[in-house]
Design a protein. Structure first.
Length: 161
C-alpha cells in the first residue's frame, strides 16, 4: 500500500485549485432564449464586413446556446478546414459560456486537463453571444490568424449590442 504525506496531498490540492483558476473568471452569465435568425444575420453581417475590410476570407458560424447551428457563412476563397474550426469555436463558446481564448490561456498556463473537456476549443475566434446578461448563442470565426478571427467575432458581437 502506498502512503502519501500530508504535505504532498496539500501540495496536490493547491496545484489543482491553482489550475482551476485559469478558467475561473467572473461568474458565468446565465442562459437565455436562443438567438433568433434575425439577430444571427446581424452579427454575421458585421463580422463579414470586418473580414472584407481587412481582405480576410472567413467562415462565420452562429449557434444557439446548446451548439445547434442557426447561421453559416463561408466567404469565397476560404480554406475548407475553417468550416469545422469555426463550428467548433462557436459550439465551445456557447456551451462553456466563455470565449475560446479562456481555454487558450488555460493551456498556456499548463492546464493540460483542459484537453479532456468535450467540445472545448482553445483557438481564438469563438465568443459567447450575450444579451441582457444571458448567453443566447455563440459565434465562431475561422480563416485567418486566431487574433484576426477573434477581432472579427468581437466586431460582430458589437453590432448586436
Amino acid at each position: 500500500m502506498r502512503r502519501f504525506s500530508v504535505t504532498a496531498i496539500a501540495a496536490s490540492i493547491l496545484f489543482a485549485l491553482a489550475s482551476v483558476s485559469a478558467l475561473a473568471q467572473a461568474p458565468l452569465p446565465g442562459v437565455g432564449n436562443p438567438i433568433t435568425l434575425e439577430q444571427a444575420r446581424k452579427v454575421a453581417a458585421a463580422t463579414e464586413a470586418e473580414a472584407k475590410k481587412n481582405n480576410w476570407n472567413m467562415v462565420i458560424v452562429i449557434v444557439e446556446p446548446n451548439g445547434t447551428p442557426v447561421y453559416y457563412l463561408k466567404m469565397d476563397g476560404t480554406q475548407y478546414g475553417s468550416v469545422k474550426v469555426a463550428m467548433d469555436k462557436a459550439k465551445s463558446s456557447a456551451l462553456y459560456r466563455r470565449p475560446t481564448t479562456a481555454f487558450e490561456a488555460g493551456l498556456k498556463a499548463g492546464n493540460t486537463y483542459l484537453l479532456q473537456l468535450a467540445d472545448a476549443n482553445a483557438v481564438p475566434g469563438g465568443r459567447p453571444i450575450v444579451v441582457d446578461g444571458k448567453v443566447i448563442g455563440g459565434i465562431g470565426v475561422s480563416g485567418a490568424t486566431g487574433a484576426q478571427d477573434d477581432q472579427c467575432a468581437a466586431v460582430g458581437l458589437a453590432a448586436l449590442n
